[in-house]
Design a protein around this ligand. Structure first.
Ligand SMILES: [Zn+2]
Ligand SMILES: [Zn+2]
Length: 424
């Protein structure tokens, strides 16, 4: 769950206090007695880099779209009712900053600012320098602890008490900061490697969890028809040519042997089941002419879905963090600091199957899907499929979906207005 302070200013006061107290307290009480002048200067350089990148992450605008932005062909026409402006792809309106933020990653309570296209490099540098500083300090604290252990046979009055207390106080604080920031840093790096912001990771998880739901495909089909003026063609997998079950056996053989009973576990099975079950309740939600034979494609998996802005790990790193030579300098910028002219990846442009902007069910969220009746649920032989169908998130709207950690779009600071994502 994202953190929200009752007094937002605390989000900055707490880190400022922890950084100042730990960095200078440990220098004064411990490090100056044991480090050479050069080592102390190096340590203070690390501390200064933490301050500089933190201040830049707070004060640098995350990047707002230009007022005159108009969506290009093939983009969602997403209109922000708050800013009265069209939103470029990957842009969201932040309810805390009350502006639209390009490539919005999340609203950060610790910087009182959004992390977006413009200031993500500052944010990442801040995390990086905190890890460097706390690691350096941790090594020095460990040396002191080993020193005390070796001196344990000496009389107590030979040990400087203020230093001993400082070691006891700063070691747990330093370790806690080091571990928590490292986890956050790794999480952000993984996201960047995938080419996605935290919000887009959330969106991917949502689509993954709803991948065989009628809501998702009904919405995708309507979007496709609106964008291309024709029905969605039959989709076929290009990643999982031969669907396999959890134990690695080809699914089709199992199906033949056991008439599909045991194999419903796999994605293929689920897709088929979704489709056959759909035909029973066809007329209930059959809104569009002639498209409803099979709403959920039978042979298409989440791995076949192409995220439009994945340029490969190296390309993604450069996209978000800029040139590698500038990664560590305080003025280094992302490659995309005018985040509204983002070119989709080559893979996406060459995709001749779905070819819908992100998220593929971005429009037409107001679709009502009837809850399956008890009989329908009873007819589902497979436990994991039944569990999936009974999850209230399975057919939930984007605005009410939450991930396994309980995070909804609101927790990232995104202002949710159904109408703004409802047009093509
Ligand atoms: Zn806005
Ligand atoms: Zn914000």
């Amino acid at each position: 769950m994202m953190l929200e302070f009752r007094w937002p200013l605390l989000g900055v006061i707490i880190p400022v206090f922890i950084i100042g107290f730990t960095a200078y307290g440990s220098h004064y009480f411990i490090l100056r007695h044991h480090l050479s002048t050069t080592q102390q200067v190096i340590y203070e350089c690390f501390v200064s880099m933490i301050w500089v990148s933190y201040i830049l992450a707070i004060y640098t605008s995350p990047g707002q779209p230009p007022k005159e932005y108009t969506p290009k062909t093939g983009e969602w026409k997403r209109y922000c009712t708050k800013c009265q402006n069209y939103k470029p792809p990957r842009t969201h309106h932040c309810s805390k900053c009350n502006v639209c933020v390009m490539e919005m990653d999340h609203h950060c309570p610790w910087t009182l600012n959004c992390v977006g296209a413009n200031n993500l490099p500052h944010f990442m540098r801040f995390l990086f320098w905190v890890i460097v500083g706390t690691t350096y300090l941790f090594v020095q604290l460990c040396k002191r602890i080993v020193g005390y252990y070796n001196d344990s046979d000496k009389p107590i009055y030979l040990i400087q008490k203020s230093e001993l207390i400082a070691v006891v106080v700063f070691t747990p604080i330093d370790l806690l900061v080091l571990l928590s920031i490292s986890l956050l840093f790794i999480r952000c790096l993984i996201n960047i490697g995938k080419g996605m912001t935290q919000i887009e990771i959330w969106e991917w998880d949502r689509i993954d969890s709803q991948f065989y739901s009628k809501r998702l495909w009904k919405s995708i089909r309507l979007n496709y028809k609106q964008l291309y003026g024709k029905q969605l063609p039959e989709l076929s997998t290009w990643t999982n040519k031969t669907p396999i079950d959890e134990d690695g056996f080809p699914l089709e053989e199992l199906e033949r042997d056991e008439e599909g009973e045991e194999s419903a576990d796999s994605q293929q099975g689920i897709a088929q089941e979704g489709a056959s079950q759909q035909s029973d309740t066809d007329q209930d939600f059959n809104g569009d002419e002639g498209e409803d034979d099979k709403i959920v494609p039978e042979n298409f998996t989440i791995d076949d879905l192409i995220f439009p802005y994945d340029y490969g790990i190296w390309g993604n790193l450069k996209h978000f963090l800029g040139s590698p030579f500038m990664w560590l300098v305080p003025w280094g910028k992302s490659r995309n600091n005018n985040g509204f002219t983002i070119e989709p990846s080559l893979d996406y442009k060459e995709d001749d199957q779905l070819g819908l902007p992100w998220p593929p069910d971005g429009g037409n969220q107001n679709i009502s899907i009837p809850t399956p009746s008890d009989d329908e649920l009873r007819s589902i032989g497979n436990y994991s499929e039944l569990k999936r169908q009974l999850d209230p998130r399975y057919n939930a709207k984007r605005s009410s979906w939450h991930n396994d950690m309980g995070e909804s779009l609101h927790d990232y600071g995104v202002y949710i207005d159904d109408s703004d994502d409802d047009k093509l």
